[in-house]
Design a protein around this ligand. Structure first.
Ligand code: ADQ
Length: 794
């Protein structure tokens, strides 16, 4: 253990590189800041807290004292040139990088590299332990430093540790190749919060932990037994000392700053100038990448060249600007990709360029931010064709710079950014024919469609910028309260079965891997209904119900499913219909049931939902296909009584500070929410509301996850699902839910005959009538993605 320093830092960023470069061009060497996305994201926190950044200064075999620059305190960690070769170029970039990027090139495994990686990670952890004040927050970044969380926890159990992985985390089947796989997983589990770019990365990590270390997770939480905890003196495997959360936090960019640059008249003029310098072609395509084999530059060039050969593109009117920044140039495979790219550029230019009009302008150097922005503005089509990419900030930067919404983004489905920039023209870069037709479509896209797509993407980026990203991560990290986590963990059993004792399970399936569930019958069905609950299933549970949003991967899968013929996606929720439709980001063609079956909208399939709301048709808005009629006088009196009871209970609520009951007013009922209330407070509310239910006997009373519902009419999610099946003429059905109210739907599915293929899936613990259990909304996203792919391939 290391004692906290007297005058330590409260917030520490740890990354392989400091955000500076050594400038030796002048008489005395100096430091130049190299502003990147990470600096923008963490600078506000650095300035409001006593912050420090720990990393390598980029110069081998030299030691530098800590120094301050641009309001940041930097603490350099020295590396010898042999460590640069083994730890950085070797283990980080020739073992982990290819392994984590789908083994696009074969990873190399060398014990000398691993030893150097361990030594350097320990040096970083020691530097943090010496710098962090008592109880400080430490944020470790990226694959070069995966052992730091574990090592640091052993030295300084008092600090709060977050880790963010900027690159993908591979599926177990690939990760398993790594001879030091268990050590890497343990290294990461030293953190309280482990962030990934995509839910699928977080899921790959949790699955690896489950398979390799035998540690189960509950939702996004991994339970750490004493034997795996460097800060615990107990050595056993049954005492759970804490939990580590592994979740997705997709990184973003400084959207507003880039948009400001893009509106700067000086930069706009430069964009025009670039266009003129390129010979004022009709269409400028742009590629901006580090020169890396993961970026799919060769695939892009191949498709582009063939489009001239096929006569689809005219060399007289189109040009591609390809910028490939020098990167990791001492590594063999990086020298190889450069040779391949330059050969391809030469060959295509040789074949199709006219005098003074090359079809490819190729540059192998960096540009200042202003020049990059001008290039983004000048480009009509941006080509991002990565074979695998954690996020890909270039795609987001291009979108942010299209302030006139005039530009098309062609985006690889294998870049993390594809989950947020869903309006891009998506490509599979391995499919050269598909890539060609998508590039051609991008070049000729109708201006209206361009604008609509770009505007939607820009709007999403306006909110989800890099500050929102760091805020979300750091807020969650602060919420990881170790004492209560340990207490919660102590109540979890270390086997993989649910523990909720109060429900009477009809069956108690253990957690399934979303990749292992048999979907053959559903995939092959003539007409499939995909029934989905919203909260806790496609959208993670959040404190404020109006903040709920579907996981991008689930939304994308729902969209892909709805686009398949004879496949209908139906949302069934306790939320009122209008809120459900507003929050669900549902695909076209989706149908809805709200208020636990009371309200419905089947208009997308032209169906009449005759079973809803006791068979009464809404006089209000038949065009919307909503068939719930408003309350009768008697019913309104009951609603008034519920409202009055709410006011009464709230006024009788004892002292503040334990959370308060909230009411959700639905057209035909009221739902009371206790999310955020203490245990005692919830018990008080439960007693009050149960007494109220007894008194108002004719109302249907339902208790769910942190909520109590009073409904005027006797509908359930089970009836709702049945109506959906009938109206869609489905010959097979899936239903996924997480709550007690979903049990009606699970049970309903069981009543269908054997020859009607169906699958019921419960998300999370507690007894259930469902056949299969998944852990979390992340798992649901993976499962739905698989189902969509299988439906498409039938
Ligand atoms: P990278 O693999 O480097 O990042 P990317 O996310 O595209 O990939 O970021 C590259 C950055 O470098 C962008 O900001 C871009 O503008 C800049 N850049 C590229 N070429 C340049 C040039 N010639 N001159 C100036 N600037 C240039 C890793 C992961 C990604 C993940 C990021 C952030 O591989 O998947 O998105 O980290 O988490």
């Amino acid at each position: 253990m290391v004692a906290p320093p007297e005058d330590g830092a409260d917030f520490i960023v740890v990354a392989n590189r400091l955000p500076v470069d050594r400038d030796t061009s002048g008489e005395t060497p100096s430091w130049r800041t190299s502003p990147g996305g990470l600096v923008t994201g963490v600078a506000p926190v650095m300035q409001t807290h006593k912050g420090a950044w720990i990393g390598w200064a980029g110069v081998a075999d030299e030691e530098f004292d800590p120094f301050d620059i641009d309001g940041m305190h930097l603490v350099p960690v020295p590396l010898s040139s042999e460590e640069v070769r083994r730890y950085y170029e070797g283990f980080s970039n020739a073992t982990l990088w290819p392994l984590y990027h789908d083994v696009i090139v074969p990873p190399e495994f060398h014990r000398t590299w691993w030893n150097s990686y361990r030594t350097v990670n320990r040096r970083f952890a020691e530097a943090v332990a010496r710098t962090a004040s008592k109880g400080a927050t430490v944020w470790v970044h990226d694959y070069q430093l995966q052992l730091v969380p574990y090592l640091l926890r052993g030295m300084r159990p008092d600090v709060r540790i977050g880790f963010f992985n900027h690159i993908p985390f591979p599926p177990w089947e690939i990760f398993a190749q790594l001879p030091w796989r268990a050590q890497i997983l343990r290294g990461l589990l030293g953190a309280d919060l482990i962030g990934f770019q995509r839910p699928a990365d977080a899921q790959n990590f949790r699955r690896a932990v489950r398979i390799c270390l035998g540690l189960p997770s509950s939702g996004n939480l991994v339970k750490i037994p004493a034997a795996e905890d460097p800060a615990s003196e107990l050595g056993d495997t049954t005492t759970i000392t804490r939990t580590a959360e592994a979740s997705a936090f997709p990184i973003s960019i400084d959207t507003e700053h880039l948009a400001e640059l893009a509106r700067d008249p000086r930069i706009c003029a430069r964009a025009k100038e670039i266009r003129a310098e390129l010979g004022n072609p009709e269409t400028i395509l742009l590629g901006v990448d580090r020169m890396d084999y993961t970026k799919g530059i060769r695939h892009r060039l191949k498709a582009y060249g063939e489009l001239f050969n096929d006569g689809v593109l005219d060399p007289g009117t189109v040009t591609l600007v390809q910028i490939a920044t020098p990167s990791r140039e001492r590594i063999d495979q990086y020298q190889q990709i450069r040779t391949d790219v330059e050969l391809a550029v030469g060959r295509i230019n040789g074949e199709y360029s006219g005098m003074g009009h090359p079809v490819i302008h190729y540059f192998h150097h960096s540009y200042p931010r202003d020049e990059m922005t001008a290039l983004y503005i000048a480009a009509d089509v941006m080509l991002v064709t990565a074979l695998r990419d954690g996020m890909n900030l270039v795609a987001k930067e291009y979108v942010a710079c299209q302030t006139d919404d005039d530009g098309v983004l062609v985006l690889s489905e294998f870049a993390g950014a594809a989950e947020q920039l869903t309006q891009a023209v998506m490509v599979n870069p391995h499919d050269i024919s598909g890539l060609k037709s998508r590039i051609a479509a991008a070049v000729t896209m109708d201006p209206g469609e361009k604008r609509a797509r770009m505007r939607a993407m820009r709007e999403s980026l306006a909110e989800e910028d890099v500050r929102a990203w760091s805020d979300a991560f750091l807020t969650r990290l602060q919420q990881t309260d170790r004492a209560s986590q340990a207490e919660a963990a102590a109540h979890m059993r270390t086997d993989q079965h649910p523990t909720d004792a109060d429900a009477q399970p009809d069956s108690a399936p253990g957690y399934s891997d979303p990749d292992d569930i048999d979907i053959t019958a559903l995939a092959a069905a003539d007409r499939l209904l995909v029934g989905l609950d919203f909260d806790g299933v496609i959208a993670p549970l959040v404190d404020n119900p109006m903040d709920a949003a579907p996981l991008p991967a689930s939304a994308a899968a729902a969209e892909a499913l709805a686009a398949e013929p004879n496949t209908v996606v139906g949302y069934i929720s306790g939320r009122n219909l209008s809120v459900l439709k507003q929050l669900s980001n549902a695909p076209e063609g989706a149908i809805f049931i709200g208020s636990h079956g009371v309200e419905s909208d089947f208009s997308a399939i032209g169906g009449e939902d005759i079973g809803a709301a006791d068979g009464r048709r809404s006089g209000g808005n038949p065009a919307a296909g909503t068939y719930a009629s408003g309350p009768s006088n008697d019913e309104q009196a009951l609603l008034d009584e519920l409202d009055a009871a709410f006011t009464d209970i709230r006024t009788r609520t004892p002292e503040e500070g334990h959370g308060l009951l909230r009411i959700e007013r639905k057209p035909l009922g009221r739902t009371f929410h206790t999310r955020g209330c203490s245990e005692n407070r919830t018990a008080f509310y439960a007693t009050e509301l149960e007494a109220l239910a007894k008194r108002l006997g004719q109302l249907r009373f339902l208790t769910g996850h942190e909520m109590f519902e009073f409904a005027l009419r006797h509908q359930t999610k089970g009836n709702g699902l049945e109506r959906m099946i009938r109206q869609t003429g489905a010959t097979a059905a899936l239903y996924i839910g997480d709550d007690r109210t979903d049990e009606d739907a699970f049970k309903k599915l069981r009543t269908y005959p054997e020859d009607f293929p169906r699958l019921s899936i419960k998300v999370g613990p507690a007894g259930t009538a469902a056949e299969v259990r998944l852990q979390s909304p992340d798992d649901v996203a993976v499962f739905l993605g698989r189902l969509a792919a299988a439906r498409a391939g039938r």
